[in-house]
Design a protein around this ligand. Sequence first.
Ligand SMILES: [Fe+2]
Ligand SMILES: [Fe+2]
Length: 455
Amino acid sequence: MQESGVRRTIVPDQREYRLSEVISALTYALDLTEGQPPGHTLRATAIGMRFAEELGLSDVDRAAIYYTLLMKDAGCSANSSAVAAGFGSDDAEVKRDLKTTDWSSTTECAAYAWRNAARGRGLLQRLGHFTRIAAGGHGLARELVRVRCHRGATIATRLGFPETTATGVYGLDEHWDGGGHPDGLKGEAIPLSARIANVAQTIEIFLTGRGAPAAMQVARDRRGTWFDPALVDLCEGWRNDHAWWTDLLDEDLPARVQAMEPSDHIRIVDDEGLDRLAEAFADIVDAKSPYTSQHSTNVAHYASSIAAVIGLDEATVRTVNRAGLLHDIGKLGISTRILDKAAPLTADEREVMAQHPRFTWSILRRVGAFRDFAWLASLHHERLDGTGYPWGLGGTDLDLESRILAVADVYEALTARRPYRDGLPVEQSLMIIRKDTPFRYDGDVLGALEDWLTG
Ligand SMILES: [Fe+2]
Ligand SMILES: [Fe+2]
C-alpha cells in the first residue's frame, strides 16, 4: 500500500458503475460517523436480505429492504453537532454507545446519559451536561432522531431511490411497541423495510461487538418491544448456522452484498449520476458541522472554476470538481467536538484533525468510480515548501490539480465563518494567500483564482 510519492491524477474513465456499488463503498464513511466498525452497513444489509429471502418477499419489497439498509445512515452527520454539543463528548462515541443501549428502559437511559455526559471531564461539568440531557428527555432524543432520519430520507429521494427507501430510512428507529422515534409508530404501521433494518442493524452491532450468541439474545430480549416478534422468531432459526455468521465477517462480503441486489432494480450511474452522488456526499460531510455547511460545495466550485480559467480540459475539470466535493470526506471520521471547537485546538486535537486527509484517501480509494482522484483529494493540505500535512510532500510531488485544490480549500476556509471568527473579506483573504505565494501556494493558480474573481 503506497502512501506517499508522486502520483498523477487520472481523469475518470468512461466506465459505468452500479449506483449500489458506489454507495456500498461509501458506506464505510457513514460507518465511521456512526462510530461503527468498517463494513457495519454492508453486514446489516446482508442480515436484512436474509430476512427478505426467508420471508419470500417480492423483488419490489426486497429492493426496499436492500436500499433502506444501504442508505440507513445517510443522515448520520445531520445531528452530529447537536449530539456533540448536548453531551459534551465525542459524537461517534455517544452514538456507538446508544446502539447497544435499550433506551426505552428508563434505568438504561439514565445510565447511558451519565456514561456519556462530558466524558473524561470533571464532575461538575459532567453533572451539568447530565442535568441538561435528563431535562431534554425523550423530546431531545426524538428531535435528534427526527433530524437524522429526515435528512437520510431526503438524500435517498434526491439520489432517485424509490419512495419505499425514504420511508424505510425515516422509520428506522421506530419500535414495534410504539416507543420509538420520530413518530412513535406501532406494529405494522411501521414499514416492513424499517422493521427489518432496525433488527438487522442491531444484530450486526452485537455480532461484531459481542458475538453471535449476544446478537441472538438482544433480538430475543427486545422481541415485541423494539422488534417485530415474527422477525425475531424467524431469526431464531439462524442460531446454529455458524458458517453464515462467520461469512458475515469475511472480507469478500462486499461482493456478496452486491450480488444480493434485486436484478430488476439495478441502476447504472453515468458521469452526471456520479456528479450528483459526489454532491450528495459532499452535503453529508458539510452537514457534520454548522461551520462547514457549504465548504465542500464551495471548494469544488472554486477549484473547477480555477481549472477552467487555466484551460484544463473538460474531463480534468470534472475530476477536480469531484475531488473538491469529496476532499474532506475524511472529516466524517473526526469528532465533531474537535470540528466545532471555538477555542484553539490542543496539540493532540491538531494531530487528530491532521488525519482527515488520510481518511479521505482510504475512503475514496475503496470506491471504484472515485479511486482516480482519491490521492488528489488527500493532498489539499499539502504545501509546496513541504510544510503541509499529512504526507509532507513538496513542490515536485504536487501536480497542478493538487495545487488548485489547495488554493481553493484555503480560500474557502478564509472567507467562511469559523467557530473562532467570522469569514474574512475577499481581498484580505487573497492578501493572506499572496503572502505565502510562491513558497506554499502556486502563483499561476492564485492568479487564475484572482482572474476568476474579477472576471
Ligand atoms: Fe481538509
Ligand atoms: Fe477543506
